[in-house]
Design a protein around this ligand. Structure first.
Ligand SMILES: Cc1ncc(COP(=O)(O)O)c(C=O)c1O
Length: 419
């Protein structure tokens, strides 16, 4: 039995159901990761174009992050949220150095779902009787406070959670054409008016990640901001997947010129450790003391890693890298798939690419074939038919192009071949 197979067998014996562990066949057993590469338990090395579900913004085990973790581990790891510490101050200062203008208050969180729950709780505190509006295709996490706002019904159904509020369509140009923004704005307007519940908040991603890199038209966010201001709803923007430089700016919302009331960040912000945060306008963050806590909220090891990771993002100008090398990669991906029948669209922004295919089974075959050829790509989308690339932002241009060629080749060669 291979080492990977042995590990899988041991997990199968003990793990409760419901995680994504066995959703790939064979399961991909990770052993180590560095930079843009992952090695499996049998010693095979892969170029990772998915970045561990868009976490590895600074690459795996960036030396500055590793050094910060080693130093912090011998100084202070656990620190209760009741007690201030230097690292927490540094964490807020680092967030302030990369936050969009206008967002100047911060709350720490451990996971993306937790950050979103905190943002939603802030909105509920402000308007307890208000509804929270979400969007088709959205993803905010799988906790009890976030799963109800998942745009995909199967995520809610799997956990027995009802819809948390009304849903409207996310403006999806491939599906809705030129009228995409109008369609969404009309649906929002229908939620308002005499006899309707007030709206406490509208929560959405600036570019949908789990939805399959769905990029709304440029007029959408300005119109949404105007709508939220008129009805008095908080605009909560989830940058957990789209942020940390991925789209060519630190935050995807910055391309629109709109400032949200609350913004959630996570994934890459921790440099590989579990850190997330809520950023906000001071007026939207007015909880009295002891409204919220959690034992590991300000774990200083995690925060030290995040401080180092944010330093890397700034010093290595990772948003600028995504802006400068991203477009050529997208052009290459588009050209490689231009004549492949059934590829509905190739789209992207910065170092974030998607190829929407005719069906989910093809996308699953493409992921598998890419892996057999040594490249990791992701699959998502409203119906799981989108191949998604979100490489580490430190990736070299030649590696990026090699990876894109391999991803496109796997898509092309898996078309119509049930494997
Ligand atoms: C946009 C978005 N929001 C929230 C989350 C949930 O974050 P976490 O898995 O850290 O709870 C994710 C995770 O994929 C995400 O992509």
């Amino acid at each position: 039995m291979s080492r990977a197979a042995d590990i899988v067998a041991r997990l199968r014996k003990l793990e409760g159901g419901g995680l994504r562990t066995f959703s790939e066949d064979p399961p991909f057993v990770w052993e180590r990761a560095e930079g843009c590469y992952v090695e499996d338990a049998d010693g095979w090395r892969y170029l990772d174009l998915y970045g561990g579900f868009a976490v590895a913004a600074t690459g795996y085990s960036h030396p500055r992050v590793v050094e910060a973790i080693q130093r912090q581990a011998t100084t202070l790891m656990h620190c209760p949220s009741a007690h201030p510490s230097r690292v927490r101050a540094e964490f807020y200062e680092a967030l302030a150095s990369i936050a969009p203008p206008g967002l100047d208050r911060f709350l720490p969180a451990v996971t993306g779902a937790m950050a979103n729950e905190m943002a939603l709780l802030l909105a509920r505190t402000r308007r307890p009787d208000g509804a929270i509006v979400s969007f088709a295709g959205s993803y905010f996490g799988r906790s009890i406070g976030t799963a109800g706002f998942a745009g995909k019904a199967r995520y809610r159904d799997a956990l027995g959670i009802p819809a948390g509020g009304p849903f409207v369509p996310f403006p999806y140009p491939l599906r809705h054409g030129d009228a995409a923004t109008d369609l969404t704005m009309r649906a929002l307007e229908e939620l308002t008016g005499p006899g309707k519940r007030p709206l406490a908040a509208v929560i959405l991603e600036p570019i949908q990640g789990n939805g399959g890199v769905v990029i709304p038209p440029a007029d959408f966010f300005p119109r949404l901001r105007t709508f939220c201001d008129r009805v008095g709803a908080l605009l909560i923007v989830d940058e957990i997947q789209s942020g940390c430089g991925r789209t060519g700016r630190f935050w995807a919302i910055e391309h629109s010129g709109v400032t949200p009331d609350l913004m959630t960040v996570g994934k890459g912000i921790g440099g590989g450790l579990a850190t997330a945060a809520v950023m906000g306008r001071a007026e939207a963050m007015t909880w009295p003391p002891d409204s919220y806590t959690s034992t590991f909220l300000v774990n200083n090891l995690n925060l030290a890693a995040a401080v180092a990771a944010m330093g890397v993002m700034r010093d290595e100008q990772l948003p600028g890298r995504a802006a400068s090398i991203g477009p050529a990669g997208l052009a290459r991906f588009k050209a490689a798939l231009a004549d492949v029948e059934g590829v509905r669209e190739v789209r992207g922004q910065g170092l974030w690419y998607a190829a929407e295919l005719a069906d989910a089974a093809w996308a699953a075959r493409a992921v598998k074939l890419a892996r057999e050829r040594g490249v990791i790509v992701g699959r998502s989308g409203y119906d799981d038919s989108v191949i998604k690339l979100s490489p580490a932002l430190i990736i070299g241009e030649a590696e990026l192009h090699t990876g894109i060629d391999a991803a496109a080749g796997a898509i092309r060669d898996s078309r119509g071949t049930a494997r």
